[in-house]
Ligand binder design. Structure first.
Ligand code: FAD
Length: 58
């Protein structure tokens, strides 16, 4: 079993914030672990109703 010392970075939460942190960590070559308490990633964005548009800023 992996331990915390096997990683450069541990991210708690697999919401959009955690996923973006993971992208930058991987780009930087860091060995990274994401801990997500639920059975899937996406956080709040996974739970938005289908009628809810997601708006992005450039
Ligand atoms: C109705 C609604 C509409 C929105 N519309 C927009 C929009 O149009 N554009 C926009 O930019 N934003 C929008 N937002 C806001 C956006 O959804 C949030 O800012 C964004 O989801 C926050 O991402 P996050 O990763 O920080 O948190 P979250 O999405 O909340 O993810 C946190 C994750 O961490 C996990 N977690 C929590 N505690 C632990 C723990 N102890 N151990 C392990 N895992 C844990 C949770 O299970 C979850 O998966 C909207 C929000 C709502 C409610």
């Amino acid at each position: 079993m992996a331990t915390g010392s096997d990683f450069d970075l541990v991210i708690v939460g697999g919401g959009i914030g955690g996923v973006i942190c993971l992208k930058y960590a991987k780009d930087a070559g860091l060995k990274t672990l994401v801990l997500e308490r639920r059975e899937r990633i996406g956080g709040l964005w996974r739970d938005l109703p289908s009628w809810q548009d997601i708006q992005f800023r450039k």
